[in-house]
Design a protein around this ligand. Structure first.
Ligand SMILES: [Zn+2]
Ligand SMILES: [Zn+2]
Length: 137
């Protein structure tokens, strides 16, 4: 059974929205973006701080699209929800969210440097973690 922090009273988040990825695009600060629900094996993280890295620049330019149109996929936050098969004991824990979510650990590339694993999963791209931001601007 999924669980959500009872202190979470909103259904929307604030985010820097990438409407149409292309060079020179202007990000829109929106406060009406739906908060995703954690599925099986997932946690929902409320970001307190997010970085803005070179992957975000590539995403904004449309060069390496992400799974989300919200910029900022790394940072620090708190767990505010868990999927059906995740212990609710992690709700309220401080966590970090990084680019490399997972690598296979078995391929030739991983033997040298797993950050280049061709089977890797990334936060904001193909990951099991979900996050939302509620930043003060
Ligand atoms: Zn990044
Ligand atoms: Zn690998």
């Amino acid at each position: 059974m999924a669980a959500i922090d009872s202190n979470m009273h909103t259904q929307t988040q604030i985010g820097a929205w990438i409407n149409t990825p292309k060079p020179g695009v202007t990000l829109q600060i929106r406060n009406d973006l739906p908060i995703p629900k954690p599925g099986p094996g997932e946690i929902l993280i409320k970001l307190l701080v997010t970085g803005f890295c070179h992957s975000d620049v590539h995403s904004i330019y449309g060069e390496t699209p992400m799974d989300t149109n919200i910029a900022g996929h790394e940072g620090i936050g708190s767990v505010v929800g868990v999927g059906p098969d995740v212990s609710p004991n992690v709700i309220g824990k401080r966590v970090g969210l990084k680019w490399l979510y997972s690598a296979c650990g078995n391929c030739e590339v991983c033997q040298v440097r797993s950050v280049y694993c061709p089977q890797q999963k990334n936060s904001g791209r193909v990951s099991h973690a979900k996050h939302y931001s509620d930043l003060a601007w």
